[in-house]
Design a protein around this ligand. Sequence first.
Ligand SMILES: Cc1cc2nc3c(=O)[nH]c(=O)nc-3n(C[C@H](O)[C@H](O)[C@H](O)COP(=O)(O)OP(=O)(O)OC[C@H]3O[C@@H](n4cnc5c(N)ncnc54)[C@H](O)[C@@H]3O)c2cc1C
Length: 479
Amino acid sequence: MTRRPPSVADLERHVEQLGSLVDTAGLITDPAQMAAYERDWMGKFQGRAFAVLRPRDTAAVSRLLSYLNTHRLAVVPQAGNTGLVGGSVPDAAGAFVLSVERMTRIREVDTVGASITMDAGVVLETAQAAAREAGLMLALDLGSKGSCRIGGNISTNAGGLKVLRYGHIRDQVLGLEVVLADGTVLDGLTTLRKNNTGYDLKQVFIGAEGTLGVVTAASLKLHPAEAGRAVAMVAVDRFEDVTRVLGAVRSTFPGRLNSVELIGADAVTLVATALDGARSPFADTHTYAVLIEVGSDDAAAAAERERLETVIGRLIEDEHVADAIIAQSEAQAEALWLLREGVPEAVGRTAPVHKYDLTFAVGDIGHFIADCDLALARVARGLRPIYFGHVADGNVHVNVMAPQGMSAEGYRALQAPIDEAVFDLVGQYRGSISAEHGIGQVKRAYLDRNRSAAEIRTMQMLKAVLDPHGILNPGRLLP
Ligand SMILES: Cc1cc2nc3c(=O)[nH]c(=O)nc-3n(C[C@H](O)[C@H](O)[C@H](O)COP(=O)(O)OP(=O)(O)OC[C@H]3O[C@@H](n4cnc5c(N)ncnc54)[C@H](O)[C@@H]3O)c2cc1C
């Protein structure tokens, strides 16, 4: 459906009316101030905001959506604006941006029931700290934790660094408060662990990328705090040996393995070059670095470190691991993690990029990487793929950097052939085109690579029921 932007006169009237539904700080119309809401984290997607709406509470979200729905006005929900698929910013046709950034109240931390209830605009790192202060842990951790917000995390079904042990955010959500397109408030903000009373409506909004409703608050599970951790990085030259490392640490630390992360040699070099304080712990270059983190309580941390040392020692003896370092302090652990968490920022500072977030059967990843190198070389000379990701989940991030010296504009023209090459391979390996970042604008045309026609039709029917005028995040997710 083609969207017709409102006329200038109508727009002025709508902005004035919408402004009357929020407090003074709740409306931004100054182009300079709106710029940050119109452009995504990568600087790749840029559109036009008619105005930025910043409600302070759920009632204001309801008033705004009710007005927008009555007047058939497009709206893009936004939280931390760290999304990587162009879902959080308007496109050139224009839309209102509804930011939840002022909804930052932590409503309750329940230490007995082990849950946290908070507004959708709470920054992930703030929520983590609130849980920690209560002696508990929020089992969600992303490289973007200082900027992304809970509403965005839920709407993208965020994964991240603890999926291996605790699952996606979907596994953490106990209840949601959501405002529908017509302003109806769905209050499903329960902290009950068991609630078998019909359709589990919250699941529909998790990962819906703002196309079905605006998440205004959430109750999430908390877990016993991990007071300590054992962290190591090993250097490996063949992918088969990555799977050996994975098998060995899995069987040594059942239920305690937080993360096993893969970082390709080019990614290590890039981070060490682009980010202050980052450096490879290895004297030589190896095909992959594998970062391993085991969670433990304080008392067990030293014993876990010893166990990690023993298992890695055996892998070195058997010539599956070429080199290794075991962090002896929290500072060393942080330095090793910087090599993994710093990859997106290092890539962003280096060159224009097209990003892919893929899943495979773990055993296929090495073959995929070899095939992907060849396929990209056929698309254009000088493309620079960077491979990293949550390897234990089968999740590989492929960041394809532009050839040296190519402008962002010039590189845009290569997006379609690179998409085709990468997604064709994903099909061959029966993988997924989106492990955790979602579909957004970028992968919308490729949804049918993973979802059947019947599934897409069912999603479209759901959308038509919940948002009959298509005001919520039009042009995202669904073809
Ligand atoms: C350095 C870096 C590292 C990252 N690492 C990871 C990672 O490990 N794992 C991972 O999964 N992602 C990762 N991401 C991607 C991103 O941080 C996540 O997708 C995150 O969950 C987005 O949250 P946000 O608050 O920034 O949402 P936004 O970017 O603001 O929005 C994302 C989507 O959700 C919708 N939305 C936002 N708020 C609401 C709401 N209240 N109600 C309804 N819809 C809403 C938007 O319309 C958009 O479609 C990373 C990003 C960066 C920049």
